[in-house]
Each structure stands twice: as C-alpha cells, then as structure tokens.
Design a protein around this ligand. Structure first.
Ligand code: EPU
Length: 503
C-alpha cells in the first residue's frame, strides 16, 4: 500500500488547476445509460471512483474509451444486462445512482443495496421513495433492490432529517427524463453537481426546469441523444487546495475554482481573517497546465463510428475512428453549449478557423498570507451552506488558528474520524456529539497518521503540511478515490511531499 510522506513547514505559493468534479462526473456517467448514441465528456478526472463507475458501466454494456485529448467517449452497445452486483457496487456508494437510469431505460433494474460507510449510517430511503412515487415497483431481495414497472411521473418531496439528498435527487431526475409523465421534485438537492447533471441531460434533449432550485420539473421525452459536454470544476478539490494555501500562510492561486460554488466556504475563510483575491485569467484552451484541468482541444473534432448494436458485451476500444456522418453535426453543435463560467463559452478564437489560439476566461481564487488566523465556527449544511465535504479540511486548518472554533456537522453527524488522527500531531479537539471543539495550537508536530476516508485523508495531508518535522499519511488509496494527483499538485506549489510504499 502507498503512503504520503510530508516534511512540514514549507510556505506554498504558485498556481494550480482544479480537475473536473468527481461528484458531478459519477452521476453523469451513470446517465449515459439513458442515451442513444455516443457521448463525449470533457474533464472527467482520473480517479479510482471514476474507474469503478466505468467498470460498472462496462458490465452494463457501455463501451468507453479515453481519447487522445483526454475526453471520455461512451456509448451503450448492449442493453441486456440489468444487474449491478454487490462485488462492484460495494466499492462505491455512488453506484446506487445507476438504479434510476437503468430502470427507466431498460424497464428493470437490480442494484445491490449499498453497504455501510465509515462516517455513519447512510440510508437510501429517499431514493426509493422518489423512484416509487414516479412508478417504480421496488422489492428488496438477496441484498439487491429490484425495480420494475414503467416511469409514469408524479410528485415527490425529497427532504429528510438532514436536508435533501444529492444522489437521491440525481436518481429520480435520471429516471424521470424518459417517458410521457411529468415529475415534480420538491426539496430537490441544489448542489452544483445536481445542476450539472441536469444541464447535461438537457443538452441530450431532456426537459428539466428549475435547475439549481429546490423544485425541479421534469417532463419525460421519448429518447435522449448524445452530446459533447464538459464537467464542472471540482469545488471540493478547489476548497482543499485553498486550505493548503491558508494553513501554510501561502499565496496559492487555484485556477478553475468558481467562487459562486464556494460562497459559504469563502465566507468562513474571510471571517478567519484570510484575504482572498478573485478574478479571471485569459488562458489558451488546452494549455492551462500540464496537470489539473484537461481542456477541450477545439481543433480535435471527434470522429466516431459506433460498433453494430447487439455485438455482445461491450469492451473498451469498440468505438473506432471513422466517419461520423450525420452524428458529427449534433456533437459539434453541443460543443459550444458548455455551461458555467469556467466552460469554453468565452472562447475567443474559432475552432479550426486558423485565426490564432483559442482562449477562454478561467476564474481563479487566490489566498494571501494572513497576519493572524482567527478561529471561526462552522456548521455544515446542504448547498448553498458549508459543504460537509470540506468539514475535515477546515477543521484541520482551525487546528492552528487563534482561539476556539466550534465545528458542527449537520449532514453526517458522525463524520469526525479524522479528529483522532489529528490529535496525533498535537491538535486539541474535543468531540461533543455532532460537534468538534477545536482549540487552536501554535505548533503541530509531525507523526504517522492513518487515512480512513477520502476527505479525512485530505485533512491529514493538510495538517502534515504545517506540522514540524515529518508526517506520514497511510492508506492513501482513500485519497486517490477522489483527488486527482493531489500530492503532485501540492509539490508543484512547493510542498515537500512524496509517495512511498508502506513498510
Ligand atoms: N439521507 C437519508 N436518506 C436517503 C439519502 C440520504 O436520510 O435516502 C441522508 C444522509 O444520511 C445524509 C443526508 O441525507 O445525512 C445527505 O446525504 P446525500 O444523499 O445528499 O449524500 P449522497 O448523495 O449519498 C453526496 C456526495 C457526498 C457528499 C454528500 C452530501 C457523491 C458521489 N457523494 O452523497 O460526497 O458528502 O452528497 O453533500 O456525490 C465525498 O465526495 O467525499 C462524499 C462523501
């Protein structure tokens, strides 16, 4: 197993790009089950969770391939399989969001009931309530959820004791886009990743209104067609990199970070006394950095010839270069319809017009060195509140702040497994149920730590950056589930980090 070794104390500085969003990519990949024809996705990060989802899709008859420009090309080649088995689903909870699209498109779905999770009980009752409300007949057998029936549409309220549900909303939206009914989802999750899924589906011909709000209205359509689409930047990775700048008192520019997705987080940084600069940079498309965002090369037109239908189980590489004929038209048209301020919408050079290098305006957020870092209170909430996926990272940052911060977890009340590991560095953290009380320390001292889940791992790495001497973060595979080359990005900013094999 691999670990990360860190020698703390370096002040980070420089510019780094965020990758495409993991939590937007996973449901968008699942949504490819719904689509007739090829789909090209730009910005899908290279992550273990993405690999797991691609393996599940491959098992469900989807052929996929990474193209030379790093885009992902996918197409359903065989639609007979309806089962997502336990041995594949158990590695990643997000695979449960295959249930909605699989049922809607193939009339039947059998998806393993997801197992437990290190940060507490994570039920799927709201997913099932939502799918049931729009026509699914659901049964539990052999540890799998069996869905049959037809999508009919209907009204559903998806609010629960801890707010709405992100993947539950995705599941219901993906099922509701096909068919003749109308679905109204109240208390829909408003996270940018849910909005990105809806924008993608609309680009494929779906009719979803109210995107980004708590009420989604979905009118079913007969079929969805392929398109080319770019995934939004990862706001959680952006927040993590900004924490790296703050905790080391550095000047770190995070390119691609969309401030509008990070309002609650930026508010807490400012309250702690951190000065931030926000702006946009005009950069050549595809040449932003050599890692981080992999940009769409507008000169590389996709040329795809899908293999014949029913040609057996799909394999990587079944899609071959060839004539695209009439399909190329729709793919080309959709390439300019990329959403969001970090998309290619600002492109100032025309693709292939020979009129110079195409550029785009890329947003950035930059941390400036602080004079004093004050402790602040944080409560996680569904979007637009402070994201639970940045709780561990802000908590690590507060370990060196002046004063006492009270950090309350209102989405996953037990998501505090990182506290015990941070204590190994000398952090003073006291747990009271869903709240951690952090007494800021001037110094942390390096130690060996054990990663337990994705965001907790990131928090341990952040603390290691500022702890005196050497730290080790073991079981780093947790980090690789959801961060693309975080250690390399930190090294580029001047951190003394290296990967090593655990002894
Ligand atoms: N909940 C229910 N019933 C349900 C579903 C959820 O009670 O049927 C509860 C959960 O127990 C939790 C709250 O509702 O208390 C929110 O859970 P949600 O369903 O929104 O979480 P999720 O969709 O399973 C996604 C992200 C998580 C992120 C949460 C909250 C993906 C792949 N996962 O999970 O991301 O923490 O939303 O924002 O999008 C991560 O990236 O590290 C991660 C865990």
């Amino acid at each position: 197993m691999e670990m990360i070794r860190i020698r703390g104390g370096a002040t980070l500085s420089g510019s780094v790009s965020v990758s495409g969003s993991k939590n937007a990519s996973l449901p968008i990949l699942a949504a490819c089950l719904l689509i007739d024809g090829p789909v090209i996705l730009d910005g899908v990060p290279h992550l273990r969770d993405v690999d797991s989802m691609l393996q599940l899709l491959e098992n469900l008859g989807v052929a996929w391939t990474r193209q030379a420009d790093d885009s992902l090309l996918l197409e359903v080649q065989d639609d007979h399989e309806v089962r997502a088995p336990y041995h594949l689903v158990r590695t990643m909870r997000a695979s449960f969001c295959l249930l909605g699209p699989l049922w809607a498109k193939r009339g039947r779905a059998i998806v393993s009931y997801p197992g437990g999770c290190v940060f507490g009980h994570r039920p799927v009752d709201l997913h099932l309530k939502g799918l049931g409300a729009i026509g699914a007949q659901l049964e539990l057998g052999d540890g799998h959820v069996h869905a049959t029936g037809r999508v009919q549409g209907g009204n559903v309220f998806l609010g629960g004791n801890f707010g709405s549900t992100v993947l539950g909303t995705a599941n219901v939206v993906m099922a509701a886009v096909l068919g003749s009914g109308e679905t109204i989802i109240d208390a829909a999750a408003q996270e940018p990743e849910v909005a990105d899924l809806c924008h993608f589906l609309n680009a494929c011909g779906a009719d979803i209104r109210g995107i980004g709000s708590h009420r989604l209205v979905v009118r079913g359509v007969d079929a969805l067609h392929g398109c080319r689409y770019r995934i939004i930047p990862d706001r959680i990775e952006a927040g993590t990199l900004l924490c790296a700048g703050v905790i080391t008192r550095g000047e770190v520019e995070v390119l691609g970070a969309r401030p509008e997705d990070l309002s609650a987080f930026l508010d807490r940084l400012r309250a702690a006394g951190v000065s931030l600069e926000l702006g946009t940079r005009e950069l050549p498309i595809n040449r932003r950095t050599d890692d981080g965002l992999r940009e769409l090369d507008v000169n590389a037109a996709p040329r795809i010839r899908p293999a014949a239908k029913g040609a057996g189980k799909a394999r990587t590489g079944d899609l071959v270069a060839g004539d695209l004929d009439e399909r190329q038209g729709s793919l080309m048209a959709d390439r300019v319809a990329l959403p969001g301020s970090s998309g290619a919408a600002d492109s100032e050079g025309e693709a292939g017009d020979g009129g110079g290098v195409a550029t785009e305006h890329v947003p950035f957020i930059r941390t400036l060195p602080w004079d004093r870092l004050d402790a602040v209170d944080v409560a996680t909430l569904p979007y637009p509140g402070f994201p639970t996926d940045l709780q561990a990272q802000i908590l690590a940052t507060m370990c060196i702040a002046e004063g006492v911060s009270v950090i309350t977890e209102k989405v996953y009340p037990e998501r505090f497994i990182h506290c015990a590991e941070l204590a190994r560095l000398g952090a003073k953290i006291h747990r009271e149920g869903p709240t951690a009380i952090v007494h800021g320390q001037r110094r942390l001292r390096g130690a060996a730590m054990m990663a337990s889940d994705l965001r907790a791992s990131a928090a341990l790495v952040l603390a290691g950056l500022v702890a005196e001497g050497r730290s080790e973060v073991r079981r780093v595979y947790h980090l690789d589930r959801g961060y693309e080359a975080l250690d390399r990005k930190l090294a580029r900013l001047g951190a003394d980090v290296e990967r090593a094999t655990e002894s």
